[in-house]
Design a protein around this ligand. Structure first.
Ligand SMILES: Cc1cc2nc3c(=O)[nH]c(=O)nc-3n(C[C@H](O)[C@H](O)[C@H](O)COP(=O)(O)OP(=O)(O)OC[C@H]3O[C@@H](n4cnc5c(N)ncnc54)[C@H](O)[C@@H]3O)c2cc1C
Length: 258
């Protein structure tokens, strides 16, 4: 079975996120990391490959330095990594990103495409749906348990009220939740071995992606202005002289919050 996992490099959780005032884009110059739920997607792909055979390919659209994060997936055990990287792709929104990934996936022809549920920087939780739509493939999101038998996948899908169990024929697209598994830590052997695994950085042209369908040219949204959130007003600071608890209750009652 050929499995492709789409992953994104996001700013490391310890980095203070800021928007660049000149481009209105997230400043990605600091330390990068593999998006947290993408680790669950990689882990699930490795388990499926080990049970059914085949290969796990990692795919991303991003700047060249994103390969550092893709290498983590290789160190976990993935077989190869493909990074689509091109200056013309900078500023790609959901529409442009989904076009680029769907075109690259169309060339790979995987039986199963796995995504993480949500990126930790843009928090869209929607890219997988756009890619599945472009590929015209069935898709199941928020999957907390995944099994494959014959040519059919079954996903146990977490909802607000319990679980849905959904089956779909392969090839298909699945977005996994962080409840699906516990991602493994790469071993030292895995980290050393990752260096010699195939790692391709391809341009838009190499991947067969039209330059005018990505980047700002191919995007349907424009960020027109950004501004910091307004400073919090109406703050009350209490020095605890033993009566702080009553004062908090009085304050909440005055605001009709209790
Ligand atoms: C005007 C505008 C400009 C933007 N410019 C940029 C930019 O210059 N650079 C930039 O990185 N983002 C940019 N973005 C954000 C970009 O559009 C989103 O990152 C992208 O649409 C994915 O959405 P998301 O991050 O909310 O992912 P979600 O939908 O939350 O992601 C779900 C899953 O999709 C996969 N995924 C997400 N992104 C990628 C990717 N790039 N490659 C492979 N798999 C992926 C991961 O598995 C992830 O867990 C811009 C957005 C706007 C509106």
């Amino acid at each position: 079975m050929k499995i492709a996992v789409c992953v994104k490099q996001v700013p490391d959780a310890t980095v203070h996120k800021r928007l660049d005032p000149s481009t209105h884009r997230l400043d990605r110059s600091g330390e990068g990391a593999l998006n947290p739920t993408d680790l669950n997607a990689v882990e699930e792909a490795l388990r499926l490959r080990d049970a059914h055979g085949g290969e796990v390919a990692i795919l991303s659209l991003g700047p060249e330095r994103a390969m550092d994060s893709l290498r983590k997936a290789l160190a976990m055990g993935a077989d190869r990594a493909v990074l689509v990287s091109d200056a013309a792709a900078a500023g790609s929104d959901l529409v442009a990103t989904s076009h680029a990934l769907a075109t690259a996936l169309g060339r790979e022809e995987p039986d199963l495409v796995l995504f993480g549920q949500q990126s930790s920087d843009a928090d869209g939780a929607v890219l997988w749906a756009a890619v599945a739509d472009r590929l015209r493939r069935p898709m199941v999101s928020q999957v907390a348990e995944l099994t494959i038998e014959g040519g059919t996948l079954t996903g146990k899908r977490q909802t607000e009220f319990g679980y849905d169990v959904i089956s779909a024929p392969l090839p298909a697209v699945v977005a996994v939740s962080d409840a699906i598994n516990e991602p493994r830590y790469p071993s030292l052997k895995g980290i050393m071995g990752a260096k010699s695994k195939p790692q391709e950085t391809v341009s838009l042209a190499d991947a067969g992606i039209e330059a005018d369908r990505v980047g700002e040219a191919g995007s349907k949204t424009t960020v027109r202005a950004v501004a910091p959130p307004p400073a919090k007003s109406d703050q009350v600071k209490l020095e605890d002289d033993g009566s702080a608890a009553e004062k908090i209750v009085e304050y909440l009652a005055e605001k009709r919050l209790i």
